[in-house]
Ligand binder design. Structure first.
Ligand SMILES: Cc1cc2nc3c(=O)[nH]c(=O)nc-3n(C[C@H](O)[C@H](O)[C@H](O)COP(=O)(O)O)c2cc1C
Length: 224
């Protein structure tokens, strides 16, 4: 069974007591196989602090309304929404992503079909869907992208492998409200000017991705 619980407490101590109770159900009673939980405090000055957090490091789980893989995204999304209001929270999803050793599993599409309406119900402001196939991951099926776009009631952002023509086509065809650019932005300090004027773009240098130091981050040339 998959269960989501979001509580709003008057005191941090009460929230911690429930957090510990869930922990006991897992460790002592063995009634929960895996869980994600967080206690988030909103301070007097409006700042938000994560007091406690637990994530089960797995994407493998049962199916039927939700999977444990689903829990990881869902609970983390919902707790900030409960603490600071869904209108202040955006969510980025990378279905079929293989970053950090994640492996494909059979229920990927089903997971995201189940997750997106729940995120919508939590009032989350925008959904940002990235297709990492341009970075070597398996492609996100076009049908899934369109389905999630239709299921989302507010701003929908697409990303992954777009150039100017691709952005314009996606917007014209209503596949997204906004399109985000990653590597073109990294490689072109004057990206907006170049796009406005239809100028060629610097290609990104893959060798400097995820490396320390300024090389590949602040040394790409501006167009003359
Ligand atoms: C150097 C580098 C660092 C990135 N870091 C993150 C990250 O921390 N979180 C994330 O969601 N995506 C990250 N990405 C992925 C980008 O946000 C983007 O989704 C990806 O580059 C595909 O879009 P693009 O084809 O427009 O570049 C990173 C990409 C690069 C090249």
């Amino acid at each position: 069974m998959f269960l989501t619980y979001v509580g709003i407490y008057d005191s941090v101590e009460d929230a911690k007591a429930d957090y510990e109770a869930v922990h006991d159900l897992h460790v002592k009673a063995g009634l929960i196989d895996a869980y994600d939980a967080a206690v988030i405090e909103r301070k007097e000055n409006g700042k938000v602090k994560i007091v406690k957090k637990h994530e089960t490091p797995t994407r493998v789980g049962g199916v039927g309304g939700g999977t444990l893989g689903l829990a990881t995204g869902l609970v983390i999304a919902l707790f900030p929404a409960a603490a600071i209001g869904g209108e202040r929270v955006g969510m980025r999803l990378s279905p079929h992503g293989v970053n950090a050793g994640m492996t494909p599993y059979a229920e990927i599409d089903e997971t995201y079909r189940a997750l997106v309406p729940r995120l919508a119900a939590a009032g989350i402001q925008y959904l940002h869907l990235v297709d990492h196939s341009a970075m070597g991951a398996p492609e996100v099926p076009e049908a899934l992208k369109r389905e999630l776009r239709s299921a989302w009631p507010r701003t929908f952002v697409l990303a992954g492998g777009f150039d100017r023509a691709g952005v314009e086509a996606a917007l014209r065809e209503g596949r997204a409200d906004l399109v985000a650019l990653g590597r073109p932005f990294l490689a072109n300090p004057d990206l907006v000017t170049r796009l406005e004027r239809g100028m060629p773009l610097n290609p990104p240098d893959f060798a400097t991705f995820y490396t320390p130091g300024p090389a590949g981050y602040t040394d790409y040339p501006k167009a003359a």
